[in-house]
Design a protein around this ligand. Structure first.
Ligand code: NAG
Length: 145
């Protein structure tokens, strides 16, 4: 009996080693979402100008990035997605041919209209299939005559 339990204890030593190794590799720990921010550059523009929805500190271990029109994730308001593993962009039904999604997560609007004004949401899909929605918005005013 005593011999068996001594064996078990010895068997646990490599475990400690494994845990230490894992904690030294940042890519194995879940990404911190607190540092991610989304910013409209610029948040107030005239019709016809460009807007970049800039994502700061995008986690590197995402499965995919989605951009939605509005503040909720819905199939019909998807503008585009970027699938990280396949490096692939897929356009959604809310895409207007004037938006470009970049692999760093940012979304570019070329020549905004009054109709583009409002809220948008970045949706990050993590490796464990958790989602985090990050809202952002911009205003569009009429061009001065
Ligand atoms: C993402 O890429 C776009 C286009 O190259 C660039 O304008 C933007 O600054 C980049 N964003 C970040 C956070 O690096």
């Amino acid at each position: 009996m005593e011999l068996a339990s001594a064996h078990l204890h010895k068997g646990q030593v490599p475990w400690v080693g494994l845990l230490l190794t894992a904690s030294l590799l940042p890519s194995l720990s879940p990404p911190t979402t607190g540092q991610v921010t989304v910013e409209a550059v610029r948040p107030n523009v005239a019709e016809g100008e460009n807007v970049l929805l800039l994502v700061h500190n995008l986690p590197r271990t995402l499965r995919a990035i989605y951009w939605y029109r509005g503040t909720t994730a819905g199939e019909r308001n998807e503008i585009a997605r970027f699938i990280t593993a396949s490096n692939k962009i897929i356009l959604g039904p809310a895409h207007s041919d004037r938006e470009i999604i970049y692999n760093n997560g940012s979304l570019f609007f070329q020549g905004v209209t009054k109709n583009d004004e409002g809220a948008y949401a970045l949706d990050m899909l993590f490796q464990n299939f958790d989602h985090t929605l990050m809202p952002v918005q911009f205003n569009v005013h009429a061009k001065k005559q």
